[in-house]
Design a binder for this molecule. Structure first.
Ligand SMILES: [Zn+2]
Length: 902
């Protein structure tokens, strides 16, 4: 069972005595007394031995928003009561050390045999070792399986309580149809995917509530302070985290799914309380790697849900808003392994009650009951379609292998000649996705290209073929009809229907070279393990002068931060150099001399090479064949900067969170978070780097304003490095005296609008004329949902030391900036020309033209310090790994370049 009690609980108390001891104050909860949940037709025969929520937690289902601890305790109580029918598995811990767990509910026979049943699913998942005869034997007896994952957004509250109600019903109900379901179906409930976010929501909701719970959407209860409960501790939207799973919650979940392969997967969410319920089928566009049989099966689920919703008089909608194109949602990922996966959304009461626009009162209990109906309907579908679902799953995996043996894309090959750390991480991520990766142990030729030992190979003839394609292809096309429709809407002044980014591609996001080949590659190779950092090494430990480490990847990046935190003397060269032995090092490479460092330097660095992945080369001489010697002005001493960042309102939660996460958990370096009112006036002199992450809608003008800008300017003048990320750059270029001498660009091609005449009538000649007349005379370029753009990197600036000539950046929104003049600063990374700028995704044509050659990264020296501006988010979803070293340069190399009084 592998479970531990949550550390946040007092461990000397039993579950029940704890809640008695708390003696709930019952603020407002009595106002919600309703008939007990759940309601399921004529299911009235419930056994007494199954503890109810009221018995365990002291309140009836639906009368209180359960805390993460309460949810855990209730499921523990169910396991104690019926260990033969419910099993609990802890699969990870959150950043705040709360347990993440799922429960498995089924008949006692199935639970006793669970290990074998899950093994059968893994056998069906690999048709290369399970032939169709053996598969048929499994189909005959194997139960269906449903996985219901709840409340990944922590302020989407009801799915977690609905899971408790569903578990109670399945275990307590003694009617024959429930027994039949348990005989034929394994039900996995992952009741709370985001305990940290929920804890934040629940504590603030109950801290705000009064005599009666407010139902008004403008009340304090219904307006959470920054950051709301949607995100986890590091403020990630974990429903976008399934491409590189940066968070422990997602990592643990994927490990569990690859062990169990549920046939049906539901990701249960909440939406605004004015809409009733949403379930499958999804809106267009579908990702082209979702198969036709999967779409059919999604319809089975939707239609059967609809039947129950009609019977219970609950409204719902389908086929609108929530699409199935981006593969990084929770409800998408299992699809690419052959499951039937989907999102449910219930209109949220976001508290005990909510008054809808129609004037109705929606209670928390209502929302719990709606989910319960949807879950039970879905479980019924799994039960009745058991054999078809099993067959489809096996066929999907078989067809995937076959698809990888034909067509133009049968293998992907990564030469792995630069950015070894990025390659290693990406390969590990693929392995964690359930994809097999090999590393060549000698050189080979494929598709007329020669590759050296160490190249990575991903063959496409795997059961996860569709996942491989959607993650590694450089462009996944949207349905042509859908694109035509979006252009039509835009031409008619209507909003487009693009829901999320239209581009992702792991090789582009990691900025790595990759070739695809129309042959399966079979060469001498090793299987790559799931290991994101491969231990590095230190060569020639007895070297008398010191050690060199090549710059340009995160192995050396982690070495730098670790060495600085150890207090070591580290230098970094602005220029490439070739040492006495003839070994070449790129610009930015680190020099760690013995002189000025502790006597046990070799021991320290050997340990750091292992933990960071860095490769250090010992050298007896600082004599260079080419390039600067360590004493040159082109070699800078690195300092350990104190880093601060703007936090809380009005920063964008996701930008602030992913920025802090990358610096703290990828760079392993601490950051101090500071709120706007302090940032504006407090003494900042102890900080060397201040980061303004992207802002929310209100921007920084109101929160920081002119006085904040002057305060920051003084600090920069005295030697500070100010970083603005994404739309925070707007703040740097505005005001009476901007911090950065660029400007945000209006639309280049102004619509030929018909001017509004005040004093005479107008003749409108035709429909096009009418469109010109009614069009919004807006001046900014059209909004882009999210594409990957190519950018060219200045190879001669210290800020881009070690960075490849070409970079890929996310581009969202419509912000484009004028280049800096040479007298003001440098544009060190610029978007490529209009023909090549779009690397992946869909962008409006006139935006291609306008964004070409515009700056992605600018630097403007000021006094003893400087301003560095990224015009797009380098830390977007924390999955743009190709930007990491550039961000390190902007923090650590820039700190070495600034000249505060030390
Ligand atoms: Zn959600």
């Amino acid at each position: 069972m592998n479970t531990l009690p949550p550390t946040t609980l007092c461990q000397s108390l039993s579950v029940r005595s704890l809640f008695v001891a708390l003696s709930l104050p019952l603020l407002a909860s009595t106002a919600l007394a309703a008939e007990p949940l759940p309601h399921w037709y004529d299911a009235t025969h419930y056994r007494q031995s199954t503890p109810t929520i009221e018995q365990v937690l002291g309140y009836a289902a639906g009368t209180r928003i359960s805390s993460p601890e309460a949810i855990y305790n209730y499921f523990r109580a169910l396991v104690q009561a019926h260990p033969d029918q419910i099993k609990m598995v802890e699969y990870a811990r959150t950043w705040e050390n709360r347990p993440l767990f799922y429960v498995v509910i089924s008949s006692s026979e199935n639970i006793a045999n669970l290990a074998n049943l899950e093994k059968n699913m893994r056998a069906l998942a690999d048709p290369r070792s399970t032939n169709s005869n053996n598969a048929k034997k499994i189909f005959a007896k194997q139960p269906a399986s449903v996985w219901i994952a709840s409340s990944v957004h922590g302020n989407e509250i009801s799915p977690a309580d609905s899971s408790m109600v569903t578990a109670w019903h399945l275990l307590a109900n003694q009617n024959n149809d429930t027994k039949e379901i348990l005989d034929n179906t394994i039900i996995y409930l992952d009741p709370l995917q985001n305990p940290d976010g929920r804890a934040r929501f629940v504590s603030r909701y109950y801290a705000t509530i009064g005599l009666v719970p407010a139902d008004d959407r403008i009340s304090a209860e219904h307006n959470e302070p920054w950051p709301n409960g949607r995100t986890n501790h590091y403020l990630f939207d974990m429903n976008r985290d399934w491409l590189t799973f940066t968070q422990p919650e997602t990592q643990g979940r994927i490990r569990s799914l690859l062990q169990t392969f549920p046939l049906i997967f539901v990701d249960s969410h909440e939406m605004g309380g004015d809409s009733p319920y949403y379930f499958t089928p999804e809106a267009h566009p579908y990702n082209p790697f979702i198969t036709q049989p999967q779409r059919e099966a999604l319809h089975w689920v939707g239609e059967h849900n609809a039947k129950h919703f009609d019977q219970n008089g609950i409204d719902y909608y389908t086929r609108e808003i929530f699409d199935a194109f981006y593969p990084g949602y929770g409800a998408s990922w299992p699809l690419y392994h052959g499951s039937i996966a989907m999102t449910y959304e219930v209109g949220s009461s976001r508290g005990h009650q909510f008054r809808t626009k129609d004037g109705e009162t929606l209670t928390y209990a209502d929302t719990i009951q709606r989910n319960f109906i949807a879950y039970m309907a879905t479980i019924e579908t799994a039960n009745t379609r058991r054999e078809e679902l099993l067959e489809r799953f096996y066929d999907y995996r078989s067809n995937a292998v076959a698809a990888g043996n034909k067509g133009d894309v049968r293998s992907y090959i990564f030469p792995n000649t630069r950015d070894l750390a990025g390659h290693r991480k990406l390969m590990s991520v693929l392995v964690e996705h359930g994809i097999e990766v090999e590393q060549a142990t000698s050189h080979f030729t494929a598709c007329r290209t020669r590759y050296e030992q160490g190249a990575y190979i991903v063959n496409a003839n795997q059961p996860s073929h569709q996942l491989i394609r959607t993650l590694l292809d450089k462009h996944v096309p949207m349905d042509a009809d859908f694109i035509t429709e979006q252009e039509r809407l835009r031409a008619n002044n209507l909003p487009d229907q693009i829901y999320d980014v239209t581009a992702w591609s792991l090789p582009l996001q990691f900025n790595l070279d990759m070739n695809s080949c129309n042959r399966t590659v079979s060469v001498q190779a090793e299987t790559v393990p799931a290991q994101r950092i491969k231990p590095g090494q230190l060569d020639n430990p007895a070297a008398t002068y010191g050690y060199f480490a090549p710059w340009g990847d995160m192995n050396t990046g982690r070495l730098l931060t670790a060495a600085l935190r150890e207090g070591l003397l580290v230098r970094s060269s602005d220029l490439a150099f070739t040492d006495k032995s003839g070994k070449s090092y790129p610009a930015g490479s680190l020099i760690i001399p013995r002189a000025g460092n502790p006597d046990n330097l070799t021991t320290i660095l050997t340990e750091l090479a292992t933990s960071t992945g860095a490769h250090l080369q010992g050298t007896d001489s600082s004599w260079m064949q080419a390039g600067p010697n360590p004493g040159s002005n082109n070699v800078k001493r690195m300092h350990a900067p104190e880093i601060a960042m703007l936090w809380d309102e009005p920063t964008n939660v996701l930008s602030a969170g992913s920025t802090r996460f990358i610096i703290e958990r990828e760079f392993n370096y601490p950051v101090t978070a500071i709120r706007a009112d302090r940032m504006k006036r407090a003494d900042l002199s102890r900080y060397h780097v201040i980061i303004l992450p992207g802002s929310g809608w209100s921007g920084y003008e109101q929160a920081l304003g002119e006085s904040g800008r002057e305060h920051l300017r003084q600090w920069v003048q005295n030697g500070g490095v100010l970083l603005t990320l994404g739309n925070a750059t707007r703040y740097a270029v505005s005001g009476s005296s901007p911090l950065l001498a660029s400007r945000i660009e209006p639309k280049a091609q102004v619509d030929d609008l018909v001017p509004l005449a005040q004093d005479k009538g107008t003749i409108i000649a035709d429909h096009e004329d009418l469109q010109r007349y009614v069009r919004n005379p807006k001046t900014s370029p059209d909004w882009v949902a999210g594409v990957l753009l190519r950018a060219d990197v200045d190879q001669e600036h210290w800020l881009t030391a070690g960075i490849h000539t070409e970079l890929h950046s996310i581009f969202t929104g419509a912000d484009m900036y004028a280049p800096l003049r040479i007298t003001d600063g440098r544009n060190v990374v610029n978007f490529s020309n209009k023909e090549q700028v779009l690397a992946s995704g869909y962008m409006w044509q006139e935006n291609h033209e306008q964004v070409a050659h515009k700056p992605l990264v600018m630097v403007q020296p000021q006094g003893r310090g400087m301003v560095i501006s990224f015009t797009q988010e380098p830390n977007y979803r924390a999955y743009m790994d190709g930007m990491h070293v550039l961000l390190m340069n902007a923090i650590f190399r820039a700190s070495a370049y600034a000249t505060p009084l030390r």
